[in-house]
Write a protein that binds this ligand. Sequence first.
Ligand code: CAA
Length: 265
Amino acid sequence: MNMKADVQFENLKYRKEGHIGILTLSRPKSLNALNAKLLNELGDAVDMINSDASVHVLIITGDGKAFVAGADIPEMKDYNSEEGREWGELGSSVFKKVELMKIPTIAAVNGFALGGGCELAMSCDIRIASDNAKFGQPEVGLGITPGYSGCVRLPRLIGQAKAKELIFTGDYISASEAERLGLVNKVVSSDELMNVAIELAGKIASKAQIAVRYSKLAINKGIETDINTAIVFENQIFALCFATEDQKEGMNAFVEKRSPHFKTK
Ligand code: CAA
């Protein structure tokens, strides 16, 4: 099914380059801070992109000098506890949708990725950062905990000790430090950021898409479960690949010494 071309968002820009979708969060005057409107639009955009079979990889980036400077502080500052719970659930559920996208996602982190911004980047599969990017979970300085699953994803990505240090101090770290910790895959100059992200997305998009998506599923499920169940699950996924045309094409192309032509079938 193809995505409607006429959908307009107030705080998001969306374009396609071949099989690559590029979604830009765009509230630059507030450093792309996540208010309810932007979070709801992001959830709607994910639903639409999910239903567009022509998109094989999604890149998420930010407009201006920030990726996302966090959840919108003025919007939440007077919330009571119940409103705070709903606010946390909104962001966490939208980021879960991002994580569960069947296609691979790449965060192209072009500047500040703080609080909810770091949490959004962590809900993507791969993070490429510009060398001026800054990462952090500064929430304790505002009297709150990370609320969009930062306490959950950060220790899984970089280990408990460093995650606790970053969350307890609220310190910001540079892109190179984030790379050293395994929070980002690669650091490049600002000028190169989108080209590198698009090149990486293009490489992924050129492979057998069912196999790429099954690999994502096996990794995500495998991390959530015990090792024996995870291995059984991977085996079932592996077996399913042999029911695809792309598996026959990929292996025949190898035997016939030619490039494969995958059809996502
Ligand atoms: N919410 C709303 N507005 C924000 C914002 C946020 N999180 N971050 C920045 N802005 C706004 C600023 O208020 C400012 O608006 P005005 O021009 O109207 O005053 C505009 O964006 C530009 O920001 P600065 O002038 O502060 O820019 P700077 O370059 O001097 O500083 C910054 C940049 C260090 C990122 C600084 O803006 C900052 O500290 N922002 C807040 C970062 C933060 O604490 N994020 C965590 C939010 S809580 C959260 O995300 C909870 C969660 O897990 C769900």
